[in-house]
Design a protein around this ligand. Structure first.
Ligand code: NAD
Length: 498
């Protein structure tokens, strides 16, 4: 049995807490590894190690820090296949989808390579007589990231790449369900020249997270996961005086206007609704056709496509999606489908009974499709996080705009239309953080920022893009005067730039 410990001070260290968890292989349902769950004292060791290493890294000039990231990119590319396979076998997603998970993370590493430019400060020459003002960005010190199971490569890279490039040391607490890839990424960064201690990986559960939240040497926490945990971490981290950004759950709507290209809309719903078994925070889980006729035309094409979804083990190159992450996840999603039936929605495609031949113990579930879902139903209000799409029929555009705007989550939303005016109005008015126009999963490119609104995001600054540099640095502003000529006496009035 593979044993996964922690990665501290540039090397693997075994867990000493006596607690460990199972890492499953979702495609077969077997346990494939045991992961150590850190105690408070193990977390503290990682923080102390990082704290000792950080000043030297902060003093390393930004071009040299960027070169480590460049070399890291090369090393990840050299073992892309092995990383994608490891990821797929721990998470359950298909190998091509696992490659996408790695790629979207690497794009943020590419962004972080611009750190010499990104960290440049501001300068005003002659803000007053003989007075210059400038600002500089300085790293925070030791920061931490707590990441979810569903993107075990992408989200750790979204966090550690900008944080480390800024000159911080980073403690990563990845999901205990799929820790293999984050551990390997840390090894590769050290191989790329990152000094030991600048990226420490501590595996664990609530105990490790609480230790990070309470540790006085952790200056900032970045979290991604479910909303109740996001709220908890935001509140407790902020109460401890830390800078905190937390990204939570979602219920992403896709509006289908009567003039939309129906083939494109159906392709988009199939990929964005069922890809990765719906285990994406940007998955489309609600389709909103506008008008009864649009709904009927959409469903006529959508139903056979959902019935024809190809589910397979993660290693099947033909599979549309693979298993879910755990047996509990399958049970939770099935429970939501049962609930939808009880609540009175029309279950047009029922994937609850799906079993994968030859992999009967794997965590599979077929695609499900509900019609006539209403906003008062729990299956509409809550995040299901599985291969389940709900159709909510809107009478008109105004209602379609109101649905995502009034939903408690506000991560992503999309509109499919050929009408530029409607699309522009929608993008301007909808109360959601990321909008796609004829794009179903509008995850912004790495040099823009990623973040949801309402109960999908807590904190002021988004992930990656310019916000990430602001989040992982503090601004110092210097007002300087080199007096020449006559020196005046003491000033008792607040200085103004006369
Ligand atoms: P999760 O909230 O269960 O776990 C996330 C992290 O928090 C893990 O590292 C876990 O160990 C830790 N954790 C879990 N319970 C905890 C507790 N009681 N106290 C302290 N820490 C705890 O989420 P998950 O199931 O791993 O991921 C799926 C969720 O993440 C979904 O809700 C999804 O929408 C969300 N997500 C959001 C985004 C985004 O950017 N908004 C991106 C990806 C995933």
């Amino acid at each position: 049995m593979r044993e996964i410990g922690h990665f501290i001070g540039g090397k693997h260290v075994p867990g000493t807490s006596g607690r460990a968890g199972d890492v499953m292989k979702p495609m077969t349902g077997e346990v494939q590894a045991r992961v150590a769950l850190a105690s408070r004292s193990e977390v503290r060791q990682a923080v102390e190690n990082a704290r000792a290493a950080q000043p030297g890294w902060a003093a390393t000039n930004p071009q040299r820090r960027a070169r480590v990231m460049m070399r890291f990119l090369d090393l990840v590319h050299a073992e892309y296949d092995a990383l994608a396979e490891l990821l797929a076998l721990e998470h359950g997603k298909t190998i091509p989808d696992a490659r996408g998970d790695i790629q979207r993370g690497l794009e943020v590493v590419e962004f972080a390579i611009g750190i010499p430019h990104l960290m440049k400060g501001e300068f005003t020459d002659g803000a007053g007589p003989g007075i210059d003002v400038y600002s500089m960005r300085q790293p925070l010190g030791v920061v931490a990231g707590i990441t979810p199971f569903n993107f075990p490569a992408m989200i750790p890279m979204w966090k550690f790449a900008p944080a480390i490039a800024c000159g911080n040391a980073f403690i990563l607490k990845p999901s205990e369900r799929d820790p293999g890839v984050p551990m390997r990424l840390a090894e590769l960064l050290v191989e790329a020249g990152l000094p030991a201690g600048i990226l420490n990986v501590v595996n664990g559960d609530k105990e490790a997270v609480d230790a990070l939240l309470d540790d006085p040497d952790i200056r900032a926490i970045g979290f991604v996961g479910s909303t109740p945990i996001a709220e908890y971490i935001y509140a407790r981290g902020a109460a401890a005086g830390k800078r905190v950004q937390c990204f939570g759950g979602a219920k992403n709507h896709m509006i289908v206007m009567p003039d939309a290209d129906m083939e494109q809309a159906v392709d988009a719903l199939i990929g964005a609704g069922y890809g990765s078994a719906g285990e994406r925070c940007m998955a489309v889980s609600v389709a909103v056709p506008v008008g009864e006729a649009t709904a009927d035309r959409l469903l006529e094409k959508l139903v056979p496509r959902v019935e024809g979804l190809k589910i397979g083990p993660s290693t099947d190159p033909e599979a549309d999606f693979g298993p879910l992450v755990t047996r509990e996840a399958v049970e939770r999603v099935r429970g939501y489908v049962d609930l939808g039936v009880e609540e009175g929605a029309d279950l047009l495609v029922d994937g609850r009974g799906f079993s994968m031949q030859g992999y009967e113990n794997g965590f599979y579930m077929g695609g499900c499709l509900f019609d006539r879902v209403r906003p008062d139903m729990r299956i509409y209000k809550e995040e299901i996080f599985g291969p389940v799409l709900s159709v909510v029929r809107a009478r008109d555009y105004e209602e379609a705009l109101r649905l995502p705007s009034e939903h408690e989550y506000g991560n992503g939303v999309a509109i499919f239309t050929r009408d530029g005016d409607a699309a522009r109005d929608f993008a301007a008015k909808v109360n959601v953080g990321m909008v796609g126009i004829n794009v179903p999963i509008p995850v912004p490119i790495s040099y823009y920022t990623f973040g949801g609104w309402k109960r999908s995001g807590f904190g002021d600054l988004n992930q990656h893009g310019p916000d990430s540099i602001r989040f992982y640095t503090k601004t110092k502003t210097v007002t300087s005067r080199w007096p020449s000529g006559v020196k005046e006496g003491a000033e008792f009035v607040i200085p103004t730039m006369r």
